[in-house]
Ligand binder design. Structure first.
Ligand SMILES: Cc1ncc(COP(=O)(O)O)c(C=O)c1O
Length: 424
Protein backbone atom coordinates (compact mmCIF):
# COMPACT_ATOMS: atom_id res chain seq x y z
CA UNK A 1 0.00 0.00 0.00
CA UNK A 2 1.33 3.47 -0.79
CA UNK A 3 1.49 6.24 1.81
CA UNK A 4 -1.59 8.06 0.51
CA UNK A 5 -3.67 4.86 0.57
CA UNK A 6 -2.58 4.10 4.17
CA UNK A 7 -3.47 7.66 5.22
CA UNK A 8 -6.87 7.33 3.54
CA UNK A 9 -7.85 4.02 5.15
CA UNK A 10 -6.54 5.20 8.53
CA UNK A 11 -8.66 8.34 8.41
CA UNK A 12 -11.67 6.34 7.28
CA UNK A 13 -11.21 3.83 10.11
CA UNK A 14 -10.88 6.61 12.70
CA UNK A 15 -14.13 8.13 11.44
CA UNK A 16 -15.93 4.80 11.65
CA UNK A 17 -14.66 4.31 15.22
CA UNK A 18 -15.96 7.78 16.06
CA UNK A 19 -19.34 7.11 14.51
CA UNK A 20 -19.90 3.41 15.09
CA UNK A 21 -17.52 1.94 17.68
CA UNK A 22 -16.44 4.17 20.56
CA UNK A 23 -15.53 7.87 20.15
CA UNK A 24 -13.80 8.20 23.54
CA UNK A 25 -11.67 5.15 22.88
CA UNK A 26 -10.39 6.51 19.60
CA UNK A 27 -9.58 9.85 21.25
CA UNK A 28 -7.50 7.99 23.84
CA UNK A 29 -5.72 5.98 21.15
CA UNK A 30 -4.78 9.25 19.45
CA UNK A 31 -3.30 10.70 22.62
CA UNK A 32 -1.17 7.59 23.14
CA UNK A 33 0.07 7.49 19.52
CA UNK A 34 -1.91 4.30 18.83
CA UNK A 35 -4.16 5.77 16.11
CA UNK A 36 -2.72 3.48 13.42
CA UNK A 37 -4.19 0.36 11.86
CA UNK A 38 -2.75 -2.92 13.14
CA UNK A 39 -1.95 -4.85 10.01
CA UNK A 40 0.03 -8.03 10.55
CA UNK A 41 1.78 -9.95 13.27
CA UNK A 42 4.56 -12.51 13.31
CA UNK A 43 6.10 -13.90 16.49
CA UNK A 44 6.67 -11.11 19.00
CA UNK A 45 6.39 -8.42 16.32
CA UNK A 46 3.27 -6.47 15.33
CA UNK A 47 3.28 -4.23 12.24
CA UNK A 48 1.01 -1.29 11.52
CA UNK A 49 -0.33 -0.44 8.08
CA UNK A 50 2.41 2.20 7.63
CA UNK A 51 5.04 -0.51 8.09
CA UNK A 52 5.96 0.51 11.65
CA UNK A 53 7.22 -2.43 13.73
CA UNK A 54 6.65 -2.99 17.43
CA UNK A 55 7.65 -5.64 19.94
CA UNK A 56 4.32 -6.55 21.48
CA UNK A 57 4.80 -6.44 25.25
CA UNK A 58 1.09 -6.09 25.92
CA UNK A 59 0.38 -9.18 23.88
CA UNK A 60 -3.37 -8.52 23.63
CA UNK A 61 -3.55 -8.50 27.47
CA UNK A 62 -1.53 -11.72 27.59
CA UNK A 63 -3.05 -13.86 24.84
CA UNK A 64 0.03 -14.08 22.62
CA UNK A 65 2.13 -16.53 24.64
CA UNK A 66 3.06 -18.18 21.33
CA UNK A 67 3.38 -14.86 19.54
CA UNK A 68 1.24 -13.64 16.65
CA UNK A 69 0.02 -16.12 14.04
CA UNK A 70 2.02 -19.12 15.27
CA UNK A 71 2.40 -21.24 12.09
CA UNK A 72 1.50 -24.59 13.69
CA UNK A 73 -1.64 -23.19 15.31
CA UNK A 74 -2.68 -21.31 12.16
CA UNK A 75 -2.19 -24.43 10.00
CA UNK A 76 -4.16 -26.64 12.37
CA UNK A 77 -6.97 -24.07 12.58
CA UNK A 78 -7.14 -23.50 8.81
CA UNK A 79 -7.28 -27.26 8.13
CA UNK A 80 -10.05 -27.68 10.71
CA UNK A 81 -11.90 -24.61 9.41
CA UNK A 82 -11.98 -26.07 5.89
CA UNK A 83 -13.50 -29.32 7.18
CA UNK A 84 -15.69 -28.45 10.20
CA UNK A 85 -15.04 -25.16 12.04
CA UNK A 86 -17.84 -25.35 14.60
CA UNK A 87 -19.66 -28.13 16.36
CA UNK A 88 -23.09 -29.34 15.32
CA UNK A 89 -23.61 -29.97 19.04
CA UNK A 90 -25.10 -33.35 18.25
CA UNK A 91 -22.32 -35.86 17.53
CA UNK A 92 -19.05 -36.53 19.33
CA UNK A 93 -16.41 -33.80 19.04
CA UNK A 94 -12.95 -35.43 18.80
CA UNK A 95 -10.80 -32.27 19.20
CA UNK A 96 -12.73 -31.47 22.40
CA UNK A 97 -12.07 -34.95 23.82
CA UNK A 98 -8.36 -34.80 22.87
CA UNK A 99 -7.95 -31.35 24.41
CA UNK A 100 -9.76 -32.31 27.63
CA UNK A 101 -7.56 -35.40 27.98
CA UNK A 102 -4.34 -33.41 27.60
CA UNK A 103 -5.55 -30.69 29.99
CA UNK A 104 -6.38 -33.34 32.60
CA UNK A 105 -2.92 -34.87 32.17
CA UNK A 106 -1.01 -31.61 32.73
CA UNK A 107 -3.28 -29.77 35.21
CA UNK A 108 -2.55 -29.72 38.92
CA UNK A 109 -4.05 -32.18 41.41
CA UNK A 110 -7.36 -33.83 40.73
CA UNK A 111 -8.56 -31.54 37.95
CA UNK A 112 -9.96 -33.95 35.39
CA UNK A 113 -12.98 -32.53 33.59
CA UNK A 114 -13.05 -29.57 31.21
CA UNK A 115 -15.92 -27.28 30.16
CA UNK A 116 -15.03 -25.21 27.10
CA UNK A 117 -16.32 -21.68 26.60
CA UNK A 118 -15.14 -18.59 24.72
CA UNK A 119 -13.56 -16.09 27.13
CA UNK A 120 -12.13 -15.55 30.58
CA UNK A 121 -15.24 -13.91 32.00
CA UNK A 122 -17.36 -16.78 30.73
CA UNK A 123 -15.03 -19.29 32.38
CA UNK A 124 -15.37 -17.40 35.67
CA UNK A 125 -19.19 -17.32 35.37
CA UNK A 126 -19.19 -21.09 34.94
CA UNK A 127 -16.77 -21.61 37.82
CA UNK A 128 -18.94 -19.55 40.20
CA UNK A 129 -22.13 -21.39 39.20
CA UNK A 130 -20.51 -24.79 39.56
CA UNK A 131 -19.06 -23.88 42.97
CA UNK A 132 -22.49 -22.83 44.24
CA UNK A 133 -24.20 -25.93 42.96
CA UNK A 134 -21.51 -28.37 44.12
CA UNK A 135 -21.47 -27.00 47.68
CA UNK A 136 -25.10 -25.89 48.03
CA UNK A 137 -23.72 -22.65 49.49
CA UNK A 138 -24.34 -19.14 48.14
CA UNK A 139 -21.34 -16.95 49.05
CA UNK A 140 -18.00 -16.19 47.45
CA UNK A 141 -14.83 -14.69 48.91
CA UNK A 142 -12.68 -12.72 46.45
CA UNK A 143 -9.71 -10.35 46.64
CA UNK A 144 -9.55 -6.57 46.65
CA UNK A 145 -8.09 -5.43 43.32
CA UNK A 146 -8.72 -8.82 41.70
CA UNK A 147 -9.81 -8.95 38.09
CA UNK A 148 -12.00 -11.72 36.71
CA UNK A 149 -13.83 -10.09 33.80
CA UNK A 150 -16.70 -7.70 33.16
CA UNK A 151 -19.84 -9.84 32.86
CA UNK A 152 -22.11 -9.43 35.89
CA UNK A 153 -20.94 -12.47 37.89
CA UNK A 154 -17.26 -11.98 37.06
CA UNK A 155 -17.55 -8.27 37.83
CA UNK A 156 -19.15 -9.12 41.18
CA UNK A 157 -15.98 -10.92 42.25
CA UNK A 158 -13.65 -8.34 40.68
CA UNK A 159 -12.31 -5.63 42.91
CA UNK A 160 -12.14 -2.16 41.39
CA UNK A 161 -14.98 0.17 42.35
CA UNK A 162 -14.75 2.28 39.20
CA UNK A 163 -15.87 -0.69 37.08
CA UNK A 164 -18.41 -2.00 39.62
CA UNK A 165 -20.29 1.10 40.82
CA UNK A 166 -22.35 1.84 37.65
CA UNK A 167 -23.74 -1.71 37.62
CA UNK A 168 -24.89 -2.19 41.21
CA UNK A 169 -26.54 -4.20 42.59
CA UNK A 170 -24.14 -6.99 41.63
CA UNK A 171 -24.24 -10.57 42.97
CA UNK A 172 -25.05 -10.65 46.69
CA UNK A 173 -22.89 -12.56 49.17
CA UNK A 174 -19.48 -11.57 47.79
CA UNK A 175 -16.84 -10.49 50.34
CA UNK A 176 -13.61 -8.85 49.20
CA UNK A 177 -10.51 -9.31 51.36
CA UNK A 178 -7.02 -7.81 50.96
CA UNK A 179 -4.93 -9.96 48.60
CA UNK A 180 -2.02 -11.79 50.17
CA UNK A 181 -3.33 -11.61 53.76
CA UNK A 182 -4.11 -15.14 54.97
CA UNK A 183 -5.43 -13.84 58.31
CA UNK A 184 -8.12 -11.72 56.62
CA UNK A 185 -8.99 -14.63 54.36
CA UNK A 186 -9.47 -16.85 57.42
CA UNK A 187 -11.89 -14.31 58.92
CA UNK A 188 -13.99 -14.21 55.74
CA UNK A 189 -14.58 -17.93 55.03
CA UNK A 190 -17.54 -19.46 56.87
CA UNK A 191 -20.07 -22.27 56.47
CA UNK A 192 -21.93 -20.30 53.79
CA UNK A 193 -18.85 -19.85 51.60
CA UNK A 194 -19.14 -21.80 48.37
CA UNK A 195 -15.71 -20.77 47.10
CA UNK A 196 -12.71 -18.54 47.40
CA UNK A 197 -11.64 -17.15 44.01
CA UNK A 198 -8.10 -15.87 43.60
CA UNK A 199 -5.58 -15.13 40.89
CA UNK A 200 -2.31 -16.95 41.74
CA UNK A 201 -0.56 -13.70 40.76
CA UNK A 202 -2.81 -10.65 40.48
CA UNK A 203 -2.55 -9.35 36.93
CA UNK A 204 -4.75 -6.31 36.44
CA UNK A 205 -4.06 -5.08 39.97
CA UNK A 206 -0.50 -4.33 38.97
CA UNK A 207 1.25 -7.73 38.82
CA UNK A 208 1.20 -8.65 42.50
CA UNK A 209 2.95 -11.84 43.57
CA UNK A 210 1.53 -13.10 46.89
CA UNK A 211 3.65 -14.12 49.89
CA UNK A 212 4.77 -17.75 49.58
CA UNK A 213 2.47 -18.98 52.33
CA UNK A 214 -0.68 -17.36 50.89
CA UNK A 215 -2.01 -19.90 48.40
CA UNK A 216 -1.12 -22.90 50.62
CA UNK A 217 -3.03 -21.15 53.44
CA UNK A 218 -6.01 -20.52 51.13
CA UNK A 219 -5.99 -24.22 50.20
CA UNK A 220 -5.87 -25.30 53.86
CA UNK A 221 -8.62 -22.88 54.95
CA UNK A 222 -10.94 -24.01 52.14
CA UNK A 223 -10.40 -27.67 53.10
CA UNK A 224 -11.02 -27.00 56.78
CA UNK A 225 -14.26 -25.12 56.10
CA UNK A 226 -15.73 -27.09 53.22
CA UNK A 227 -15.32 -24.31 50.65
CA UNK A 228 -13.89 -24.77 47.15
CA UNK A 229 -10.77 -23.04 45.90
CA UNK A 230 -11.11 -21.49 42.44
CA UNK A 231 -7.81 -20.38 40.93
CA UNK A 232 -8.25 -17.99 38.04
CA UNK A 233 -5.33 -18.82 35.72
CA UNK A 234 -6.81 -16.89 32.79
CA UNK A 235 -3.78 -14.59 32.73
CA UNK A 236 -1.15 -16.64 34.60
CA UNK A 237 -1.84 -20.00 32.95
CA UNK A 238 -0.06 -21.85 30.13
CA UNK A 239 3.51 -20.91 30.89
CA UNK A 240 3.34 -17.15 31.44
CA UNK A 241 4.83 -17.15 34.99
CA UNK A 242 7.53 -19.77 34.38
CA UNK A 243 5.40 -22.84 35.20
CA UNK A 244 2.65 -24.29 33.05
CA UNK A 245 0.20 -23.16 35.76
CA UNK A 246 1.19 -20.53 38.32
CA UNK A 247 -0.31 -22.59 41.17
CA UNK A 248 2.60 -24.99 40.68
CA UNK A 249 5.00 -22.39 42.14
CA UNK A 250 3.37 -23.09 45.50
CA UNK A 251 2.35 -26.75 44.98
CA UNK A 252 -1.29 -25.87 45.34
CA UNK A 253 -4.05 -27.65 43.46
CA UNK A 254 -7.40 -25.88 43.11
CA UNK A 255 -10.82 -27.53 42.95
CA UNK A 256 -11.72 -25.41 39.93
CA UNK A 257 -9.34 -23.66 37.54
CA UNK A 258 -10.23 -21.12 34.87
CA UNK A 259 -8.28 -20.63 31.64
CA UNK A 260 -8.61 -18.38 28.57
CA UNK A 261 -6.28 -15.81 26.90
CA UNK A 262 -3.31 -17.95 25.73
CA UNK A 263 -5.52 -21.05 25.53
CA UNK A 264 -6.57 -20.25 21.96
CA UNK A 265 -2.93 -20.09 20.84
CA UNK A 266 -3.32 -16.41 19.93
CA UNK A 267 -5.47 -17.45 16.97
CA UNK A 268 -8.99 -18.36 18.12
CA UNK A 269 -10.89 -17.18 21.25
CA UNK A 270 -11.11 -19.98 23.81
CA UNK A 271 -11.90 -20.25 27.50
CA UNK A 272 -12.30 -23.18 29.86
CA UNK A 273 -12.92 -24.16 33.42
CA UNK A 274 -11.72 -27.43 34.85
CA UNK A 275 -13.03 -29.28 37.89
CA UNK A 276 -12.58 -32.42 39.92
CA UNK A 277 -14.63 -35.62 39.45
CA UNK A 278 -16.47 -34.93 42.72
CA UNK A 279 -17.62 -31.52 41.48
CA UNK A 280 -18.62 -32.77 38.02
CA UNK A 281 -20.60 -35.57 39.63
CA UNK A 282 -22.59 -33.12 41.77
CA UNK A 283 -23.21 -30.65 38.94
CA UNK A 284 -23.56 -32.56 35.67
CA UNK A 285 -24.73 -36.09 36.63
CA UNK A 286 -28.47 -35.44 36.60
CA UNK A 287 -28.50 -32.92 33.80
CA UNK A 288 -25.47 -32.68 31.49
CA UNK A 289 -26.86 -29.40 30.11
CA UNK A 290 -27.27 -27.63 33.47
CA UNK A 291 -24.53 -25.30 32.18
CA UNK A 292 -23.95 -25.00 28.44
CA UNK A 293 -22.63 -22.79 25.65
CA UNK A 294 -23.56 -22.77 21.96
CA UNK A 295 -20.14 -21.78 20.66
CA UNK A 296 -18.02 -23.17 23.51
CA UNK A 297 -15.88 -26.17 22.56
CA UNK A 298 -16.16 -25.66 18.80
CA UNK A 299 -13.71 -27.78 16.80
CA UNK A 300 -11.62 -24.85 15.60
CA UNK A 301 -11.06 -23.49 19.13
CA UNK A 302 -10.27 -26.94 20.49
CA UNK A 303 -7.76 -27.66 17.73
CA UNK A 304 -6.14 -24.27 18.38
CA UNK A 305 -5.95 -24.96 22.13
CA UNK A 306 -4.67 -28.51 21.67
CA UNK A 307 -1.94 -27.39 19.26
CA UNK A 308 -1.00 -24.42 21.46
CA UNK A 309 -0.69 -26.67 24.50
CA UNK A 310 1.41 -29.20 22.55
CA UNK A 311 3.76 -26.45 21.34
CA UNK A 312 3.98 -25.01 24.87
CA UNK A 313 4.98 -28.40 26.29
CA UNK A 314 7.28 -29.54 23.44
CA UNK A 315 9.20 -26.26 23.37
CA UNK A 316 9.19 -25.98 27.17
CA UNK A 317 7.87 -22.44 26.99
CA UNK A 318 7.38 -22.24 30.78
CA UNK A 319 11.14 -22.70 31.28
CA UNK A 320 11.79 -20.14 28.53
CA UNK A 321 9.44 -17.70 30.29
CA UNK A 322 11.31 -18.22 33.57
CA UNK A 323 14.74 -17.59 32.03
CA UNK A 324 13.74 -14.68 29.77
CA UNK A 325 11.60 -13.17 32.52
CA UNK A 326 14.59 -13.17 34.88
CA UNK A 327 16.69 -11.30 32.28
CA UNK A 328 13.97 -8.77 31.47
CA UNK A 329 13.15 -8.16 35.14
CA UNK A 330 16.81 -7.71 36.09
CA UNK A 331 17.19 -5.16 33.28
CA UNK A 332 14.07 -3.26 34.32
CA UNK A 333 15.21 -3.26 37.95
CA UNK A 334 18.54 -1.86 36.87
CA UNK A 335 16.81 0.98 35.00
CA UNK A 336 14.51 1.55 37.97
CA UNK A 337 17.48 2.15 40.24
CA UNK A 338 18.43 5.15 38.06
CA UNK A 339 14.98 6.78 38.38
CA UNK A 340 14.17 6.40 42.09
CA UNK A 341 11.79 9.41 42.07
CA UNK A 342 9.71 8.15 39.14
CA UNK A 343 9.81 4.37 39.53
CA UNK A 344 8.74 2.56 42.69
CA UNK A 345 9.42 -1.07 41.80
CA UNK A 346 9.84 -3.63 39.02
CA UNK A 347 8.40 -7.03 39.99
CA UNK A 348 6.83 -10.18 38.62
CA UNK A 349 7.19 -13.85 37.86
CA UNK A 350 8.40 -15.26 34.55
CA UNK A 351 7.20 -13.04 31.71
CA UNK A 352 4.43 -11.46 33.78
CA UNK A 353 6.21 -8.29 34.86
CA UNK A 354 4.98 -4.96 36.19
CA UNK A 355 6.83 -1.67 36.62
CA UNK A 356 5.19 0.55 39.21
CA UNK A 357 5.40 4.33 38.77
CA UNK A 358 4.98 6.92 41.49
CA UNK A 359 2.37 8.64 39.31
CA UNK A 360 -0.15 7.23 36.80
CA UNK A 361 0.24 10.23 34.45
CA UNK A 362 3.97 9.63 34.20
CA UNK A 363 3.25 5.97 33.36
CA UNK A 364 1.02 7.17 30.49
CA UNK A 365 3.77 9.44 29.14
CA UNK A 366 6.22 6.53 29.19
CA UNK A 367 3.74 4.26 27.36
CA UNK A 368 3.42 6.94 24.65
CA UNK A 369 7.19 7.27 24.38
CA UNK A 370 7.70 3.47 24.26
CA UNK A 371 5.50 3.18 21.19
CA UNK A 372 7.74 5.68 19.38
CA UNK A 373 10.66 3.38 20.19
CA UNK A 374 8.89 0.32 18.79
CA UNK A 375 7.53 -1.26 21.97
CA UNK A 376 3.88 -1.72 22.88
CA UNK A 377 3.04 -1.74 26.57
CA UNK A 378 0.01 -0.69 28.63
CA UNK A 379 -1.03 -0.13 32.21
CA UNK A 380 -2.94 -2.72 34.23
CA UNK A 381 -6.74 -2.24 34.28
CA UNK A 382 -7.18 -2.06 38.06
CA UNK A 383 -3.99 -0.13 38.71
CA UNK A 384 -2.93 2.57 36.22
CA UNK A 385 0.35 3.27 38.06
CA UNK A 386 1.72 -0.05 36.76
CA UNK A 387 2.91 -0.74 33.21
CA UNK A 388 2.80 -4.44 32.45
CA UNK A 389 5.27 -6.33 30.27
CA UNK A 390 3.70 -9.57 29.05
CA UNK A 391 5.50 -10.31 25.79
CA UNK A 392 5.24 -13.59 23.87
CA UNK A 393 7.17 -16.39 25.58
CA UNK A 394 9.06 -16.93 22.31
CA UNK A 395 10.71 -13.48 22.60
CA UNK A 396 14.36 -13.55 21.50
CA UNK A 397 17.36 -12.25 23.47
CA UNK A 398 17.82 -9.47 20.88
CA UNK A 399 14.18 -8.45 21.39
CA UNK A 400 14.67 -8.34 25.17
CA UNK A 401 17.62 -5.97 24.59
CA UNK A 402 15.46 -3.84 22.30
CA UNK A 403 12.70 -3.59 24.96
CA UNK A 404 15.17 -2.61 27.68
CA UNK A 405 16.86 -0.04 25.46
CA UNK A 406 13.47 1.43 24.49
CA UNK A 407 12.37 1.62 28.13
CA UNK A 408 15.61 3.33 29.10
CA UNK A 409 15.15 5.94 26.36
CA UNK A 410 11.46 6.40 27.19
CA UNK A 411 12.37 7.05 30.83
CA UNK A 412 15.10 9.55 29.88
CA UNK A 413 12.76 11.42 27.51
CA UNK A 414 9.95 11.49 30.06
CA UNK A 415 12.27 12.80 32.76
CA UNK A 416 13.48 15.55 30.42
CA UNK A 417 9.91 16.46 29.50
CA UNK A 418 8.92 16.69 33.17
CA UNK A 419 11.96 18.85 33.97
CA UNK A 420 11.09 21.25 31.11
CA UNK A 421 7.48 21.40 32.29
CA UNK A 422 8.52 22.20 35.86
CA UNK A 423 11.01 24.84 34.72
CA UNK A 424 8.49 26.41 32.33
C1 LIG B 1 -7.34 -13.20 35.73
C2 LIG B 1 -8.37 -12.85 34.70
N1 LIG B 1 -9.57 -13.45 34.73
C3 LIG B 1 -10.52 -13.17 33.83
C4 LIG B 1 -10.32 -12.23 32.84
C5 LIG B 1 -11.40 -11.92 31.86
O1 LIG B 1 -11.09 -12.45 30.61
P1 LIG B 1 -11.88 -11.94 29.31
O2 LIG B 1 -11.44 -10.56 29.03
O3 LIG B 1 -11.46 -12.94 28.25
O4 LIG B 1 -13.32 -12.04 29.61
C6 LIG B 1 -9.08 -11.59 32.77
C7 LIG B 1 -8.83 -10.57 31.73
O5 LIG B 1 -7.92 -9.79 31.78
C8 LIG B 1 -8.09 -11.88 33.73
O6 LIG B 1 -6.90 -11.28 33.71
Amino acid sequence: MDVAEVARITEETIEKYQKYVNPTQVALLKVGGFDKIEWEGCGAVLRDAEGGEYIDCLGGFGIFALGHAHPRVVEAVVAQARRLPLSSKTFLNKPLADLAELLARVSPGDLQYTFMCNSGAEAVEGALKVARMATGRPNIVAAVGGYHGKTLGALSVSGREMYRAPFQPLLPGVAHVPYGDAGRLAEAIDDQTAAVILEPVQGENGIRVPPDDYLPAARRLCDERGALLILDEVQTGLGRTGKLFAAEHWNVAPDIMTLAKALGGGVVPAGAFLGTPAIWDRVFRENPFIHSSTFGGGEMACVAALTALQVTIEEDLPAQAAAKGATLLAGLQQIRSRYPDLLVEARGKGLMIGVEFADADVAKLVIGSLVHHGVIAAYTLNNPTVIRFEPPLILTDAQIDHVLHAFDRAMAETQEMLAEFLEG
